[in-house]
Design a protein around this ligand. Structure first.
Ligand SMILES: Nc1nc2c(ncn2[C@@H]2O[C@H](COP(=O)(O)OP(=O)(O)O)[C@@H](O)[C@H]2O)c(=O)[nH]1
Ligand SMILES: [Mg+2]
Length: 334
């Protein structure tokens, strides 16, 4: 399970900066601290679930129990199909006598949810190529630029990787400026457009520079809104072709940024993008203060795309590796 950045990031033969890995003695308190913060950021989701999933729910196990569980999960945006799947399996196991007692049933529920949240099981972020290209896509306002900034900071701070960001949202001057501010805070290189350059040529220049400088990772920030969906998808396809001109294998990760406060709408967005580009993972933002945290499970369960990163605030440090087990436990208030 991805808990630490070292667990999440697959850097192949390269060694993560030793200074970045915490001494053994500090692991535990850090982990607990993280879990507490995750619980805090899921407080609103949990309150929505909590009323329904009170400890007493599993004391009697009958048709009403499963109905109430279904309702609660759907309210938390776990999604109809995922909910039916999880509740169906739990009910079958209880009926077969394989799970007994309120505590055990609850624990098994967390396990089943966590299994789903792991998606296709490919939960690490592949940064093996040099440079590794991470393409960030998603609808306007979901948190792409913010996530690029946070990720750049974490990659250099926790893994000692050299990072470059490419400003491929060339439609708004403000977007480039915003990324510039993040790059400054993260202390990483930025490549942005000269007047009149399009997204493709910015990415081309960025990758050429990264190859020349031996940069470890290039994060590509893209536009989220063009005139229509077809234009947007065509531009992403073009950016992909340009990446392949510089790096045969293409991007090693294409992460879609989904705003968790948009609930099921975010799920639909992820579906549209995954039909146009080869999405390898989800960065789920704004989990602080949403009642729709269950969307993490819906995306993984219904699209098979694993959530890899979660955004839990607006600060540069507020990005974390996603851990399905921890997340499900925090969601149910364990
Ligand atoms: N509370 C909170 N706000 C976030 C998070 N991620 C992004 N935001 C905010 O969402 C807004 C849109 O972010 P931006 O990165 O510009 O979105 P983009 O259009 O997809 O590039 C900004 O005000 C961010 O501060 C998060 O994890 N939590
Ligand atoms: Mg942006």
């Amino acid at each position: 399970m991805a808990t630490t950045w070292a667990d999440l990031l697959d850097v192949g033969d390269r060694e993560l900066d030793p200074a970045a890995s915490a001494p053994a003695g500090e692991e535990e308190p850090q982990r607990r601290g993280f879990f507490r913060r995750l619980r805090e950021s899921l407080a609103t989701s949990r309150e929505a679930l909590g009323a329904e999933l009170s400890a007493s729910l599993f004391e009697t196990l009958d048709a009403e129990t499963w109905e109430r569980l279904e309702e609660a999960l759907i309210m938390a945006d776990v999604g109809a199909r995922t909910t039916a799947d999880v509740v169906g399996r739990l009910e079958a196991e209880v009926e077969a006598g394989r799970v007994e007692g309120a505590e055990a049933v609850r624990a098994r529920l967390v396990e089943l949810l966590a299994d789903l949240a792991a998606g296709d099981g490919n939960t690490r972020v592949d940064l093996r190529p040099r440079p590794a290209v991470v393409l960030i896509v998603g609808v306007n306002g979901t948190g792409k630029t913010t996530t690029v900034g946070k990720l750049a900071w974490h990659l250099s701070r926790e893994a000692g990787l050299s990072v470059m960001v490419a400003a491929a949202d060339t439609y708004r001057a403000a977007a480039v400026e915003q990324l510039g501010t993040w790059a400054e805070r993260a202390g990483c290189d930025i490549v942005k457009a000269e007047t009149g350059q399009d997204a493709g040529s910015v990415v081309f220049d960025a990758l050429a520079a990264a190859k020349a400088r031996g940069t470890d990772v290039v994060l590509v920030d893209t536009a989220g809104r063009l005139h229509n969906r077809a234009d947007l998808m065509e531009e992403l396809a073009k950016v992909n072709r340009v990446i392949r001109k510089q790096i045969d294998a293409g991007p090693s990760e294409t992460l879609i940024v989904v705003d968790s406060t948009t609930g099921q709408n975010g799920l639909r967005q992820a579906k549209v993008f995954s039909e146009a580009v080869d999405v390898s993972g989800v960065a789920l933002t704004k989990l602080d203060g949403t009642a729709k945290g269950g969307i993490a499970l819906a995306i993984a369960g219904e699209l098979g795309i694993p959530v890899k990163l979660i955004g839990v605030g607006e600060g540069i440090e507020d990005l974390r590796p996603f851990d399905a087990q921890e997340f499900s436990a925090a969601l149910l208030g364990e």
